[in-house]
Design a protein around this ligand. Structure first.
Ligand code: XMP
Length: 510
């Protein structure tokens, strides 16, 4: 891709944020692990390289590093935090452990004229998060900024086109961060602004036509933003020669299948094959309580249903997004996989080896898909639907799944969502749902002692689902939801609200 920025990831929690900021500035960015082959980098040199931050210390034995030749390749480099310390140490400078960790807002004092700080005020607020710092820059480097306490905050080697900052320009709290990144992209790496969702649609349409015109193309749709947007894009690119398959796995929300079919068929004019496989999914899940087993069974049943529904097809199109791709190739190694995701089951991997999986969104972040949806005129209420996991309500019923539990959960979830919608909170949350707990609790109903089910409500705010805060819903909204749930669902006598953020919890309970 012309003018792309390569981000080498040392495991920082902010790496994806760097990629998104770069893209917001109109430049394509790609994340690869820090040990990505130098040969590959040099075969198609990016316009610039950003070395991310990371949790390790460059002074520790076995600390992650890049090949030394990277600094001699003539590619402009921006080191951030760990990246700055690494390029310092590897080129003969000194990094030392600070007496205390600097964490939070700090003042940046610019000490020299540099293209990196063009149009940035001499004093501004930046976000710091580091234990080590550069004590002596490597030969050929000089200091361009310090923080108020004198810590070296930025260095450069202008003749090599290598720049580095101790703070995190990608974090919103670094007030001039975006300008600093823009200076690196446009004044130093000289990239062009060719990354826009309008271009993406045009390029992807051309690619899909080349690869798929005249072939049998199928795609699974769920009614969510990603697959719906993909189906609309495909239908436009391939002039409607696409079969969208909507599988009802019996784990959908109340009346969701009707709503999804109406959205896809009537409102968006898509050709949809509806397969109601509820019975089969529930039969396969009978008596299964372990979360990972549930996911695996659901993924497997989904693929089986697909195969039965279509005898002949050339390509299966999936709505995989970039975070899933990055997560399957993490710095920490595959052992860090926390939950098995639906679109990476063995059957899909087999199709992948045969070259029959196409994932047009595999370089997009969620907010970019939303932008594509907007450009394709997908109505706002479809676009703003909360994400819903592939395994559906199965991961919201803790323990085994029965039709009775499903009925209870569907009703509770529907009440909660309707209260959120009527109070205007649905749009303010990333996701909200009810969870049915595998315990019962004592209560009084009328004059009688009741031993009933417990529902937990969960609502979170987030920008990408990678991290999330619990949503501080007003007491009236929670009160109204809880009251209706215990009044309208006989089996439930207690409602709890989940106030953990991610991390350490995940958004879903399983
Ligand atoms: P967690 O629970 O990992 O969820 O914090 C992050 C986001 O991913 C969704 N999620 C899934 N989506 N298949 C999916 O398609 C899955 O197996 C799955 N598990 C979690 C979750 O709803 C949240 O938006």
């Amino acid at each position: 891709m012309k003018g792309k920025i390569l981000i080498l990831d040392f495991g920082s929690q902010y790496t994806q944020l760097i990629a998104r900021r770069v893209r917001e500035l109109g430049v394509f960015s790609e994340i690869q692990p820090y040990n990505y082959s130098l040969k590959k980098i040099l075969a198609a040199p990016p316009a610039g390289i950003i070395l991310s931050g990371g949790p390790a210390s460059t002074t520790a034995a076995g600390a992650p590093r890049v090949g030394r030749e990277l600094f001699a390749a003539g590619i402009p480099i921006l080191g951030i935090c760990y990246g700055m310390q690494l390029l310092t140490r590897m080129q003969g400078g000194r990094v030392e452990r600070s007496a205390r960790r600097e964490y939070g807002k700090a003042q940046l004092d610019i000490k020299a004229v540099t293209p990196l700080f063009e149009n940035v005020p001499d004093h501004s607020t930046v976000w710091m998060s580091h234990g080590d710092s550069v004590a002596t820059p490597a030969p050929g480097y000089h200091v361009t900024a310090r923080s108020a306490d004198g810590t070296i905050a930025a260095i450069e080697n202008r003749s090599k086109n290598i720049f580095a900052v101790q703070f995190h320009p990608e974090v919103m709290h670094s007030l001039e961060g975006k300008k600093i990144l823009a200076n690196f992209l446009f004044a130093i790496a000289k990239t062009d602004r060719s990354w826009s969702m309008k271009n993406f649609i045009e390029n992807e349409t051309a690619k899909l036509r080349e690869q798929c015109l005249g072939k049998r193309v199928v795609l699974g749709v769920s009614g969510g933003v990603d697959s719906t947007t993909l189906a609309v894009l495909l239908q436009r690119a391939l002039a409607g020669k696409v079969t969208s398959i909507f599988v009802n796995n019996g784990l959908l929300r109340l009346d969701e299948e009707k709503e999804v079919l109406d959205n896809l068929r009537r409102r968006l004019g898509l050709k949809v094959t509806y397969i109601n496989a509820s019975g089969r999914f529930l039969k396969n899940l009978k008596g299964v309580a372990a979360p990972e087993r549930k996911r695996k069974i659901i993924g497997k049943t989904f693929i089986d249903v697909f195969y039965r529904g279509l005898k002949n097809f050339d390509f299966l199109i999936q709505g995989t997004l970039y975070p899933d791709v990055i997560e399957s190739n993490p710095v920490q190694g595959p052992s860090q996989t926390i939950k098995t995701h639906h679109n990476r089951v063995r059957e899909v991997q087999k199709l992948e080896r045969q070259g029959r999986i196409i994932e047009p969104f595999k370089f997009l972040f969620k907010d970019e898909v939303r932008e594509v949806a907007r450009l394709l005129d997908i109505p706002a209420d479809i676009l703003n639907r909360h994400p819903f996991p592939g395994p559906g309500l199965a991961v919201r019923i803790l323990g085994d799944i029965t039709p009775r539990k499903l009925a209870i959960l569907k009703q509770a979830d529907d009440i909660f969502i309707s209260e959120l919608k009527s109070s205007g909170w649905y749009e303010k949350t990333w996701q909200a749902f009810a969870v049915l707990l595998p315990v019962r609790s004592v209560g009084v109903m009328g004059d009688e002692r009741a031993y009933g089910n417990v529902i937990a409500l969960r609502a979170v705010t987030s920008t990408d689902g990678m991290t999330a805060n619990w949503a501080a819903l007003p007491a009236e909204v929670l009160d109204a939801a809880a009251n209706r749930i215990v009044r309208q669902i006989r089996a439930v006598n207690r409602v709890a609200y989940d106030i953990t953020s991610k991390p350490p919890a995940t958004i879903e309970w399983e």
